[in-house]
Each structure stands twice: as structure tokens, then as C-alpha cells.
Design a protein around this ligand. Structure first.
Ligand SMILES: Nc1ncnc2c1ncn2[C@@H]1O[C@H](COP(=O)(O)OP(=O)(O)OP(=O)(O)O)[C@@H](O)[C@H]1O
Length: 583
């Protein structure tokens, strides 16, 4: 029990006070009966003390019900809602962080996340408690009614309530099924709304006058959703109509039934009041029971979706395929003259396909990057370069083959430990925090090491000096340009003293002079480390020790610039094409 594990008292208080509240209502009925009987039998010559006593008892019970029980229950529910919401979000975020990137990116997982986020632990618990309380109360009321021999009306009420329970439950399920089927479109609606309201899309939206088009799509989709919801809701209401009408009719009929059915012995006025109130309360309790049951069915469907999402295999549970275990390692793989800090990357027949796609984005790729080698990864758009980097950094689980990180001490692992690598991604994260934090997030132990932070920023050519400057115009800070951002994130990657550095097109937003400088810097700052740099600028790639050429997910060529030029293959053609721009 998740909530109980988090905080016991509100869970116990809600259960305890809800149970205590069960006998209060029947007791109240009994006291009303006794009060009415006393009033009926009272003669002006008698003292009214007995009537006053009965009234006082009733008043005391009402006080207990409203104050003593009325306060702790809502307080406990409020607390449960707070801790429940916090825990739901924490668990979802934690699980999301452990999922392979390829799963998070898939639309199915996005829909599942959306559904999972609808679950409410506190609602499930409090509705369960209410359901239990209402059931117990209804049973007690039925028992009281049976005590007066009124089994026929009791049977009628229960039978009609069962019909309504069934119809309402089915309606709740079909409404929730519609909601579930609309999840993807709801995300799309939000996407349209984001495009129309967020800064990122504002430039093109205004320039190309896209607002009316998006607005009309949003309206159409919204209307379609509303129509579907309305249709399901009306079908549900029609389904409930018969039992609901019967239930409503019963209210009137009950009085007639109570009067008409012969009573043995004769009913007192108090007895009649008790029976009448018991029936009215039973009806209202059964109505609550029905709606609580329907809510419970809705919650159960959300709970199923939540579990389906949480059961997805996290990245730490994925077995990375490995053709050889460390024990079987061939001694030839151990670098003979490797120093303790060295780390070789060996990629063997690596394949990767995005979930739901038959096509391999990376297809049977093999290469080695020995320790200290700075390699460039080149190829046309969509050839699989970024995907390969994401697989090598462990963000995507590979579909086939092997990635082996070979340490100089002979240890091999199918995944480099986080500390061993660093990366600058194409779509790096711009954080609205201080410059200092933006750089130091890769190595938090250096957060207050001003000289190291400043020298790293300087090393990548950044002109920013105020480490405590807030970044991000949206929060009142300064807004670095594209190239300035790239320097910040390059500094971020280099601050970590990693043995292997990945650069996925980090110079794309730099001007030509800055790009040359950045690449020279890249070679300089990665000295003694291994690196893989994705680039479209072949003038930069030629400076690398090794060039890997990708085409349609396949590694088609590899070697030094001179070797590849001599081959006169893919690289040669790309290089000649780029060189012709400058001739
Ligand atoms: N999240 C994704 N889901 C499905 N397919 C994807 C995804 N990301 C990329 N792809 C596909 O995988 C293939 C390789 O894409 P990738 O981004 O790795 O190419 P790239 O060589 O880095 O391209 P570019 O030079 O344009 O950055 C492309 O066909 C692309 O459409």
C-alpha cells in the first residue's frame, strides 16, 4: 500500500473515522424514533424531561457526527491528496527517467504516459473507503428495515439499485474507453495550442500567417472530440434512463407501500418515521454507492494503464547483447601498451531500429576507436549519425551486435560508465539557471571552482565571464546566441574529465572562423582523450585521425582523409562537392 508506506496516520485516520461513522446514522434514526414516540405518547399532565432527554441525545449524536467526525476525515483526505499527488509524479518521473530514449520518443509511450498520469492514489483509496462505508451503512439500514418486517419494499429498492449499479458501471467504462481512445488527439490539441502560444514557433507562425490554419485545425479536432464525448455520454444516459426512472418512482411509491402494507404489530408514529427515513437514506446511500462504484471502475481502468506504463522495461533492466562475456575475452583485445586511463571503443555489427519501424537506422556497423583517437563521423542527412551516437552513449538500447568499452586494465563492459564519457548533443538542453550551473551540471563537484569554470569557458572561446549571471530571457536573464550557447554546452561537456567525448555537430551555429577555431580547440581540448565528432563540414573532418562515413545506416567507408580521397568513393564525392563551393 503506497500511501500507508509514505505516511501512516492519514491512512489510518480515514479508515478509522469512516468506520466509526457507520453506526452513527442508524443510531440517529433510532433516536428520532424514540423522540417521536415520546412526543406522541406525551400528555400535558406529564413532565417533558423524557422528551428533552431524547432531544438532547439526538443533539449530542448530531454534534459528534458533524464536528468530531466531520473534521478529521476531510483533513486526512487533504493530506492523502498531497502525498499521493507528490508520489504519483515522483514515481512517474523516476520511471520515465529509466526508460530507453527510443521508448519515450514513441507516440504509444507518450499516450501511455498521459494515461498513467491520470491515476490518483488518494482518490483510489478514499473512494475505496467510501465504498466500504456506504456498503456497511446500506447493509445496516436494510437490517433495520427488515427488523420491522418490511422485506418487500427493501427487496424492491435493492433490485432497482442493482440494475442502476450495472448500467452506471457500464456507462462509466464506456466514457473512460472513449477518453482513452482520445489520448493521442488530446496530445495533438495541446501541441496545436503550444504552437500558437509558445515563443519557439512564434516567428514562423507570424511570418507565414499560420495562426488561422492551426486555429481551424484546433477547432475541428476539438469539435470532433466533443462530438465523440457527447455521443458516448448520451448513450450512457439512455442506458441509465430506465433504472434511474424506476429509482425516482420508488421515492413516491415507498410512502404508499409503507402505508398500504399491513403491519404486525401496529406501527407507532416513531416507527413509521424511522422506516420512512431509513428508506429515504437507503435510497440516497445506494445512489452514492452506485456513483462510487462507477468511479471505482474508472479508476481501475486508469490504474491498469498506470501499471502497463510502469511495467515497461527500464534501461537498466535491458540486457545489452554481448557476443563475448568478460571471462571469454580474447587477450589480443587487451591493448599491449595501454596506460591505466585508456579506454577503447569497439563496435561490432551494431544495429538499431526505432520502435515501430522495420527499417534499421543503423545497420550492421563495425569499427574501433582506439584510445586517444579523434574520429569524425560524416554522411548525408538521415544517414544515421545521430542515432549511432545515441546508441553508443547508451541512450538507445541496441537492437543487435555489440558495443564494447575496453579499459586498459583488460576490463570490458558493454556500456561505458557515465563518468567515462561526455557529450555535446545537436539538441542540447538550454537551462534557465546561472552560467555557473549551466556549465557545472556535468560535474557538480566543480560548481564552486571558479577558476576551472572560467578557464573551461575560455578554452572553448566563450566571452562570458560573470559565472553568476542568470541565463534565459523568459526568466529575466540574458539570452545567449546560438553560437554562444554551443560554447557553453561544449564547456559543459569538457568540464567533465571524461575519457571519451561525443560531439554531435556542435559547430553548426558557429561562423566559419569560429568553426575552424572550435575544431582546432576540439582537437586541443580532447588531447589524450578519445572522441567522436559528427560533422557535415568535411574541411573540419579532414583534421580527424579517423573518418567514418555513413550512408543509409551503413558504414560505407572508414580511414584517414588521404586514404578516403584515394578511394574516390562516397567521402571523395562529398568532399569534392563541398570544396567546389569555395573554388
Ligand atoms: N525518433 C525517431 N523515430 C523514428 N525514426 C527516427 C527518429 N529519429 C531519427 N529517425 C530516422 O532514423 C534515420 C537516421 O536519422 P539520424 O537523425 O540518425 O540521421 P543523421 O545522419 O544524424 O541526420 P542529420 O545529418 O540530418 O542530423 C532517419 O531516417 C530518421 O528519419
Amino acid at each position: 500500500m503506497i500511501l500507508f508506506r509514505l505516511e501512516k496516520s492519514p491512512v489510518v485516520i480515514l479508515l478509522l473515522f469512516s468506520l466509526i461513522a457507520v453506526p452513527v446514522m442508524p443510531l440517529e434514526l433510532w433516536l428520532v424514533k424514540s423522540l417521536v414516540d415520546h412526543i406522541q405518547l406525551w400528555r400535558p399532565s406529564e413532565s417533558i424531561v423524557r422528551i428533552l432527554k431524547a432531544a438532547a441525545n439526538l443533539g449530542a449524536l448530531m454534534f459528534i457526527n458533524n464536528i468530531a467526525l466531520g473534521v478529521p476525515i476531510p483533513m486526512a483526505m487533504t493530506r492523502l491528496m498531497e502525498i499521493g499527488t507528490h508520489e504519483e509524479q515522483r514515481l512517474l518521473m523516476h520511471h520515465n527517467a529509466s526508460l530507453p530514449l527510443a521508448i519515450i520518443e514513441s507516440p504509444t509511450a507518450k499516450n501511455q504516459y498521459e494515461r498513467a498520469a491520470k491515476v490518483s492514489f488518494s482518490d483510489i483509496y478514499s473512494t475505496g473507503i467510501q465504498l466500504m462505508q456506504t456498503s456497511l451503512l446500506s447493509i445496516t439500514l436494510i437490517a433495520m428495515i427488515l427488523l420491522f418486517g418490511q422485506w418487500i419494499p427493501a427487496l424492491v429498492v435493492v433490485a432497482v439499485a442493482s440494475l442502476l449499479w450495472h448500467a452506471t458501471g457500464k456507462s462509466a467504462e464506456s466514457i473512460e474507453r472513449t477518453d482513452r481512445s482520445q489520448t493521442g488527439n488530446r496530445r495533438l490539441l495541446r501541441h496545436y495550442a503550444d504552437l500558437m502560444t509558445k515563443r519557439e514557433a512564434a516567428k514562423e507562425l507570424r511570418l507565414f500567417g499560420l495562426q488561422p490554419l492551426l486555429a481551424s485545425r484546433w477547432v475541428q479536432l476539438h469539435q470532433q472530440q466533443s462530438r465523440e464525448t457527447l455521443l458516448t455520454a448520451s448513450k450512457s444516459e439512455v442506458r441509465k434512463l430506465g433504472p434511474s426512472l424506476l429509482m425516482a418512482l420508488l421515492s413516491g411509491l415507498l410512502i404508499a407501500l409503507l402505508v398500504l402494507i399491513p403491519h404486525e404489530p401496529e406501527l407507532s408514529a416513531g416507527g413509521f418515521s424511522l422506516l420512512f427515513m431509513a428508506f429515504t437514506m437507503l435510497q440516497s446511500q445506494l445512489t452514492s454507492l452506485i456513483s462510487q462504484g462507477a468511479s471505482m471502475r474508472t479508476m481501475y481502468m486508469r490504474w491498469e494503464d498506470y501499471n502497463a506504463y510502469m511495467k515497461q522495461v527500464g534501461i537498466h533492466d535491458i540486457r545489452v547483447t554481448s557476443s563475448e562475456s568478460p571471462a571469454q575475452e580474447s587477450s589480443s583485445l587487451v591493448a599491449a601498451s595501454a596506460s591505466v586511463n585508456e579506454l577503447d571503443l569497439r563496435v561490432q555489427q551494431l544495429s538499431f531500429a526505432y520502435p515501430g519501424s522495420e527499417k534499421l537506422a543503423v545497420n550492421d556497423v563495425s569499427f574501433n576507436i582506439p584510445s586517444g583517437c579523434r574520429a569524425a563521423l560524416v554522411g548525408h542527412n538521415g544517414s544515421g549519425k545521430s542515432t549511432l551516437v545515441k546508441v553508443l552513449t547508451g541512450l538507445y538500447a541496441l537492437s543487435g551486435g555489440d558495443v564494447v568499452w575496453q579499459h586498459s586494465d583488460g576490463n570490458r563492459s558493454p556500456r561505458a560508465e557515465r563518468d567515462h564519457m561526455s557529450a555535446v548533443f545537436q539538441d542540447f538542453t538550454k537551462l534557465a539557471i546561472t552560467l555557473r550551473e549551466n556549465v557545472a551540471i556535468s560535474e557538480l563537484s566543480e560548481l564552486n571552482n571558479d577558476s576551472k569554470l572560467s578557464s573551461t569557458l575560455q578554452a572553448v572561446g566563450s566571452n562570458f565571464t560573470d559565472l553568476d549571471e542568470q541565463i534565459g530571457a523568459a526568466f529575466g536573464g540574458m539570452e545567449p546566441s546560438g553560437g554562444e550557447w554551443q560554447r557553453i554546452v561544449t564547456a559543459r561537456a569538457l568540464l567533465r574529465n571524461a575519457k571519451f567525448v561525443f560531439f554531435d555537430e556542435p559547430t553548426a551555429a558557429l561562423d566559419p572562423a569560429a568553426e575552424k577555431q572550435a575544431f582546432e580547440l576540439f582537437l586541443q581540448v580532447t588531447q589524450g582523450r578519445s572522441a567522436l565528432m559528427v560533422t557535415h563540414r568535411l574541411g573540419a573532418a579532414r583534421l580527424a585521425d579517423l573518418i567514418l562515413v555513413m550512408k543509409d545506416g551503413v558504414l560505407v567507408e572508414s580511414g584517414s582523409h588521404d586514404e578516403l580521397m584515394q578511394l574516390e568513393g562516397e567521402y571523395y564525392q562529398m568532399f569534392e562537392l563541398q570544396a567546389s563551393w569555395y573554388r
